[in-house]
Design a protein around this ligand. Structure first.
Ligand code: IGP
Length: 264
């Protein structure tokens, strides 16, 4: 059993439980349902954008605790102030230490920046739940979804006025998973089945295989400003970074320095 299998098995149980606790009707009454969305696509296409999607991540299966001393409000507000193009907030508790409450706090603190609900989506219920939390972007991970499920979940995402970020790790996942509902393609440099990689080779290898009309971003294992320059040179518009900032005492300050280095 891979780590991803374990995560998905746990997620299925968790979603079944939550469905019993909170009905879709209650989710649809959330004040965020009627709100307009902030577009990740628009943000990344702005030439003045840093392209950096800054993640709030307390822990991970591969690293354990990354940071247990900061609040989601201070970090995300600081990320926005430092120039993040988008925020990513984990809501998986079991493996990443995130909660829906974290997402809500980040949303209330930062109403006008695009926000990705970062979780393992397997069920329509979670998409509706994400909308009720004020999410703008849904992550769909090709490694754990069939092409048909990616289509179904992508279609609902669009119907609810949000955008879809499709995460792939190799060419096979890319070829079977693209469809008309995908707004942004993300190459995860880290293989979720074993959490092994520490480099951005996957992004470099897939750059030219992703159709030119797709907006592409590179995810995970980015720690150097030089790497951003390299990824930009092969066409990446966005860069999803968590640990590099989160492992410092002041993640927002670390992002600010990083953006300065990329621009220098
Ligand atoms: O902390 P990093 O190496 O900068 O990675 C951030 C982000 O890409 C990573 O957290 C991630 C990418 N895809 C995911 C899917 C689920 C959970 C987490 C992730």
């Amino acid at each position: 059993m891979t780590i991803l299998d374990k995560i998905i098995a746990h997620k299925a149980q968790e979603v079944a439980q939550r469905k019993e606790q909170v009905s879709v009707q209650v989710l649809e009454k959330s004040g965020f349902f009627a709100k307009t969305n902030n577009s990740l696509k628009t943000s990344l296409l702005n030439p003045a954008s840093s392209g950096i999607i800054a993640e709030f991540k307390r822990k991970s299966p591969s690293k354990g605790i990354i940071n247990g001393n900061v609040t989601v409000e201070e970090v995300t507000a600081g990320y926005v102030k430092a120039g993040a193009a988008c925020l990513s907030v984990l809501t998986d508790f079991e493996f990443f230490g995130g909660t829906s409450e974290d997402f809500l706090k980040a949303r209330r603190t930062n109403p006008t920046i695009p926000m990705i609900r970062k979780d393992f989506m397997i069920d329509e219920y979670q998409i509706i739940e994400a909308k009720s939390l004020g999410a703008d972007v849904i992550l769909l991970i090709a490694a754990n979804l069939t092409p048909q499920r990616i289509k179904d979940l992508g279609k609902l995402t669009k119907e609810l006025g949000m955008e879809t970020l499709l995460e792939i790790h190799d060419e096979e996942e890319l070829n079977r998973s693209l469809n008309q509902y995908i707004d942004v393609v993300g190459v995860n440099n880290r293989n979720l089945k074993n959490f092994a990689e520490q480099n951005v080779n996957a992004s470099l290898e897939l750059a030219e295989k992703i159709p030119a009309e797709c907006i592409k971003i590179s995810e995970s294992c980015i720690s150097q400003a030089e790497t951003i320059k390299l990824l930009k040179s092969v066409g990446y518009k966005g860069f999803l970074i968590g640990e590099t900032f989160m492992k410092t005492e002041n993640p927002a300050e670390a992002l600010k320095k990083f953006i300065n280095e990329v621009r220098s």
